[in-house]
Design a protein around this ligand. Structure first.
Ligand SMILES: C[S@@+](CC[C@H](N)C(=O)[O-])C[C@H]1O[C@@H](n2cnc3c(N)ncnc32)[C@H](O)[C@@H]1O
Length: 407
C-alpha cells in the first residue's frame, strides 16, 4: 500500500460556529482529555444525518452525546467511569421547562439548615480533609442524599462535587487527585477566615451557574425529541449495545497519561461508591489490564521489535488489545456503510513514535472496514491530568481523526 497522507486541518477553523469549547453545558464538569466539541461537530455534520444513532464507547464526560443531541441525532454513550451517569442528566437535561431559580434557592436554604450527615466510606478520608470542613460538607451531602431526586438535587450535587474538592487538601486546579503543600497552606489560611460562608457561597454560585447553563440549553432545544442513552460503570469491551448504529465517534484513552478512575475517586466516594467498587473499576481501566490477546498489525509489530523494555511492550499490548476490544464491540453494532470516526494522538513511547491511527486502520481494514481518510489537527492546548494546559500532551504534536467505513 502506498504511504497514506493525512489531510492537515484545523477543526476549530472548520467549525467557526463553535467559538467557545465550554459553551452551553459542555463545561459543567471538569473532565481530563475531553474532546473539543468542534471535532465532534465536524464528524457529525460530515458523516451523519438527522435521526441517526451515534455510539461512543469511551464517552467520558459525554461531549459526543451533547453535540449529537444539539444536532438532532441520537446517541449511545458508554464509559467505565460511573461519573457519566451523573453528568449526562445535567448536560443533556431531559426537561423542557426552564428550571426555576426560586426552587433552587429554597432547596439550598433547607440544605444549610439540615441535620442529616453523610460520610464517604473512604478509609483515608481524614487525609484529605480537616475535620471541621468534612463536618460541614457531610451535612450538605447528607441533606442532598435524603431528599427526592430532581434536576435541582442533581445541580446541587454537581456543585457539591466541585466544592468538596475545593475545600479539601486536594489540588482543585488540576484534574488529578493530588495533595500538595500549596493546597495544605491554602486550607490552613482559609480556616482562619469566614470559611463556612465561603464554602456555602461556592455551593450557591456554582449551583446558580449550572442552572443558568441548563436553562440556556433548554431554551435552544425546545423541539428536540431525540434520545441519548448512557451507561457509565461498564467495560465497553463486553457491553451489549441494543441498537444498530449509523456512526461511531469516539476518542479512546491516551496511551500513557490516563488514570480516570483514580482521578474521579473523590467524586465517586462522595456520590456513595465503596472502596471495593472503585478498585474493581480501576482494574478494568485501559491500559492497566493484562492483554488477553496480542494484536497483529504491521506498524504495531515494527514498534514492538524496536522497543526494548518488556514493561513497555506489555503496556503497548494491553493498550491495543483492550482499546480494540472495546472499539470492535461497538463497531459490531454499526450498520453497513456506517462510519467510524476515531480521534487519537500519536504519542512516543521510549522515544519511539506510535502511530495509533495507522495501527487501528491496519487492524480494521483486515476486518470489513474501508479506509476513507485521516485528518491531522495540530494541537494547540489540551488539559490532561496535570496542572498546566499542556501544549504538547504525551509528547504529541498532532491529533488525528481516522475515518473508516463499514463495508
Ligand atoms: C479520552 S477519554 C474520553 C473523553 C471524552 N471524549 C469526552 O469528551 O469527555 C477516554 C475514556 O475512556 C474510558 N475508559 C477507559 N477504559 C475503559 C473501558 N475498559 N471501557 C470503557 N471506557 C473506558 C475512560 O474512563 C475515559 O473516560
Amino acid at each position: 500500500m502506498h504511504q497514506i497522507q493525512s489531510d492537515l486541518v484545523s477543526f476549530r477553523e472548520l467549525v467557526p460556529e463553535i467559538s467557545d469549547t465550554g459553551y452551553l453545558t459542555h463545561a459543567i464538569f471538569y473532565y481530563p482529555a475531553k474532546f473539543i466539541p468542534q471535532v465532534v461537530r465536524y464528524a457529525i455534520n460530515t458523516y451523519t444525518k438527522e435521526g441517526d444513532w451515534i455510539i461512543d464507547p469511551f464517552a467520558g464526560s459525554g461531549t459526543v452525546g451533547l453535540e449529537a443531541y444539539l444536532c438532532k441525532r441520537n446517541a449511545v454513550l458508554l464509559d467505565l467511569n460511573p461519573l457519566l451517569n451523573h453528568i449526562i442528566p445535567l448536560k443533556i437535561c431531559p426537561y423542557k421547562e426552564r428550571l426555576k431559580k426560586g426552587h433552587l434557592f429554597e432547596l439550598l436554604e433547607e440544605m444549610v439548615q439540615s441535620a442529616h450527615h453523610f460520610i464517604p466510606s473512604w478509609s483515608n478520608v481524614d487525609y484529605w480533609y480537616p475535620p471541621e470542613m468534612l463536618e460541614v460538607l457531610s451535612k450538605y451531602w447528607g441533606y442532598i442524599k435524603n431528599i427526592d431526586r430532581s434536576p435541582y438535587t442533581q445541580i446541587v450535587e454537581s456543585a457539591l462535587l466541585k466544592t468538596s474538592k475545593h475545600f479539601s487538601y486536594a489540588e482543585h486546579r488540576i484534574p488529578k487527585l493530588y495533595r500538595s503543600k500549596r493546597k495544605k497552606s491554602y486550607i490552613e489560611d482559609l480556616l482562619k477566615t469566614e470559611w463556612k460562608d465561603k464554602l456555602k457561597e461556592m455551593v450557591y454560585t456554582v449551583s446558580l451557574k449550572t442552572l443558568q447553563d441548563i436553562n440556556n440549553f433548554i431554551s435552544i432545544t425546545p423541539k428536540h425529541k431525540n434520545r441519548v442513552e448512557y451507561k457509565g460503570g461498564i467495560d465497553s469491551s463486553h457491553y451489549q449495545v441494543g441498537h444498530a448504529c449509523d456512526a461511531l465517534i469516539t476518542s479512546p484513552p491516551y496511551l500513557q497519561a490516563q488514570e480516570y478512575i483514580r482521578t474521579a475517586k473523590m467524586d465517586l466516594f462522595w456520590l456513595g461508591f465503596e472502596e471495593e467498587e472503585i478498585r474493581k473499576l480501576a482494574r478494568l481501566e485501559i491500559p492497566y489490564r493484562k492483554a488477553d490477546r496480542i494484536i497483529q498489525a504491521k506498524t504495531l509489530d515494527s514498534v514492538r521489535t524496536v522497543l526494548e523494555r518488556k514493561d513497555l511492550i506489555n503496556l503497548l499490548d494491553s493498550y491495543f488489545c483492550h482499546t480494540i476490544n472495546a472499539l470492535e464491540n461497538s463497531m459490531n453494532s454499526l450498520k453497513s456503510n456506517a462510519t467510524a470516526c476515531i480521534f487519537v494522538g500519536n504519542p512516543s513511547i521510549d522515544g519511539i513514535k506510535v502511530e495509533i491511527w495507522r495501527i487501528l486502520m491496519e487492524y480494521f481494514t483486515q476486518r470489513g472496514f474501508i479506509f476513507e481518510k485521516v485528518y491531522e489537527d495540530k494541537i494547540k492546548t489540551r488539559q490532561l491530568f496535570g496542572a498546566r494546559k499542556n501544549k504538547n500532551p504525551d509528547g504529541m504534536k498532532s491529533e488525528y481523526l481516522l475515518i473508516l467505513r463499514k463495508a
